[in-house]
Design a protein around this ligand. Structure first.
Ligand SMILES: [Zn+2]
Length: 128
């Protein structure tokens, strides 16, 4: 059984991540950064492509948590750079850090068990 301290730490994922319309979800998910994990931890990068980072956000609308991975692809032609942001539902700091430990940038996109929101150069869709 969880003790009082754990109950206090446990939260819920941002409600936007359970919406149907990805655009509506994206508009809902406004957050303050409560942890910045940077671009590298546990021996692997926390992004895909050339640069990026992962942060834990707390939604200003619903108080729920969201793990945000942003990545940048540097174009080596005249094409513009690519920008990719993923929003993963998490319930606590502990859960967010477990995902950091378990998955590097590419692995979290492939292997995350739930549904997450993907933004690619401004285009929004659900992972599944
Ligand atoms: Zn929210």
């Amino acid at each position: 059984m969880a003790d009082k301290e754990q109950m206090k730490m446990a939260g819920k994922p941002c409600e936007g991540l359970f919406m149907t319309d990805p655009v509506e979800a994206y508009q809902h998910i406004r957050y303050t950064v409560i942890r910045n994990y940077g671009d590298y931890a546990y021996g692997h990068p926390l992004h895909v492509w050339d640069e990026g980072r992962r942060v834990l956000g707390k939604c200003i609308h619903c108080g729920g948590y969201v793990l945000v991975q942003s990545s940048e692809f540097h174009s080596f032609t005249d094409a513009p750079d690519g920008y990719y942001t993923d929003f993963f539902p998490v319930s606590s700091l502990e859960e967010a850090d477990e995902l950091n430990k378990k998955y590097d940038g590419f692995a979290i996109e492939r292997e995350f068990e739930g549904r997450y929101l993907m933004e690619t150069n401004g285009y929004l869709k659900w992972s599944k």
